[in-house]
Design a protein around this ligand. Structure first.
Ligand code: EPZ
Length: 436
């Protein structure tokens, strides 16, 4: 008999104390593949220890990279002797960020073979802009039988001008990866501006690349001959920090969230202030204190610096308790509201109409058995469980553990009554679950 794990949460306890934020998942899942471009040792600090990064490090080791853990959050990756081929496709299929291996392999080997990326089911998540960028750089791309085959006819890519039809984090980062060792200059217009894109550019530049303008919508990459080893520290995770900020407000607690860059949290902080929550910024921390009554707010998710889509489910949970009716409009994905049904099992009243969720406030939640539908929906269910009266069980926690390092330990240190329990796996072998 196989067993799976679930969270068991006894709600109603305000979170109080301090929590330290780990390195940014969405920076780390691009920086690990980026080390493929470096012939030398990359020492990466503040690496989050989560299953997404573990899987990517395993993929690199299968390609011949040497990976050494210096301590729990510092690793050395040496890709000097990596070889093309022998990639573990079964692992690639489980990771959304496997698409970064296309750009990194093309940059390193002049060719690539990866699986099509999966990704949590928010509706259609194509990679047409990734392909558009690679083809503009001179690669021939062929997508067949769930695999992506890419090759540069001259063995090396050349610089190009690329206008992204859609603001895409993944496509922006992938094109940067493919262009840093290309011949000549690449210009990416309508680029995404997320903090993790700046982090990837800073990592590559610290290894000898020439990437300029990251964080704006126009990024210029001057190709260089080769990259050398070096040391780099990943930025703190904006979404992990935001999750704890919302959890503090939702549980009517007071939490100091440490190791953050307040600038990256501006939109989240402002929205929380709009609900009446007190948010105080310090140099590398923010203090979140619940106010008396939560006010309703309306949110539209947008590319950075707009309100992040990855914080949308967490905010929905908070707004279930606000006075009045709030509306969340999802501006990035077709359907990122699957968690609404789970919240409604706990006594919420969330109605989804297309890309909008109408959240009737004033509902205190009651504990219930629920599912994590994807990474951030799962985090939202944890927040719901922490606020609810009674006990909540959350299954499918493998999603959550891909993006939150030491989630249970960090919450317990804040006073949460949460633990992990096993339950029999009475379903057929699950399909390969896909990380985001
Ligand atoms: C990254 O996904 C993140 N994942 C997501 O975080 C995040 O939600 C998303 O960026 C937006 O910020 C990783 O970094 C691993 P996009 P990505 O390309 O790159 C469409 C989390 O919770 N699009 O910016 O896949 C796409 O369908 C995860 O940490 C195309 O049409 O996002 C979407 O509607 C969830 N064609 C929009 O653009 C393309 O070629 C934005 O997608 C690419 C994207």
């Amino acid at each position: 008999m196989c067993f799976l794990e679930k969270y068991v949460i006894k709600g109603g306890k305000p979170l109080k104390g301090e929590v330290t934020i780990s390195g940014a998942k969405n920076a780390a899942v691009a920086i690990i593949p980026a080390s493929l471009l470096v012939k030398g040792v990359c020492r990466i600090e503040n690496m989050p220890h989560i299953s997404d990064t573990d899987m990517l490090l395993t993929i690199l080791k299968e390609l011949g990279a040497k990976v050494r853990f210096i301590d729990n959050s510092t690793i050395d990756i040496d890709c000097t002797n990596v070889e093309f081929g022998n990639a573990p496709f079964d692992l690639m299929r489980k990771i959304r960020a496997s698409y970064y291996l296309i750009g990194a392999m093309l940059g390193r080997f002049g060719k690539a073979k990866t699986t099509m990326p999966g990704g949590c089911n928010f509706g259609c998540r194509p990679i047409d802009q990734h392909i558009k960028g690679m083809e503009a750089l001179g690669a021939e791309i062929n997508v067949k039988n769930g695999f992506v085959y890419a090759a540069a006819p001259e063995g090396k890519l050349h610089g190009s001008f690329i206008y992204l039809d859609k603001v895409s984090v993944g496509a922006t980062m992938n094109i940067i990866l493919a262009s840093v060792l290309a011949t000549g200059r690449t210009i990416i217009e309508n680029a995404a501006r997320e903090p993790h894109i700046v982090d990837l550019a800073n990592f590559l530049n610290s290894m000898g690349a020439d990437v300029r303008g990251a964080g704006t919508d126009t990024i210029k990459v001057n190709g260089v001959e080769s990259l050398h080893g070096g040391t780099y520290a990943i930025i703190p995770d904006q979404i992990e920090a935001g999750t704890y900020m919302v959890a503090a407000a939702a549980t009517k607690g007071e939490v100091l969230i440490k190791n953050v860059i307040p600038k990256h949290l501006e939109c989240i902080s402002e929205k929380l202030r709009e609900t009446g929550t007190i948010v105080q910024n310090f140099e590398d921390s923010v203090l979140v204190r619940a106010s008396g009554n939560l006010r309703k707010v309306n949110i539209k998710t947008l590319p950075y610096p707009g309100f992040p889509t990855d914080m949308q489910p967490q905010m929905a949970t908070l707004l279930c308790q606000a006075e009045g009716t709030s509306v969340i409009t999802e501006g990035i994905y077709d359907n990122r509201f699957k968690y609404a049904a789970e919240l409604n099992k706990m006594g919420a009243n969330v109605n989804v109409e297309g890309k909008m969720a109408i959240i009737e406030g004033g509902h205190s939640l009651t504990g219930a058995p629920v599912m994590a539908c994807d990474l951030r929906a799962g985090a939202a269910m944890v927040i719901a469980g922490l606020c609810a009266n009674g006990e909540t069980e959350i299954e499918d926690i493998h999603y959550i553990e891909r993006g939150y390092e030491d989630f249970v330990e960090k919450l317990r240190r804040l006073g949460a009554d949460i633990c992990i329990a096993e339950y029999p796996d009475d379903t057929d072998k699950k399909d390969n679950v896909i990380a985001v």
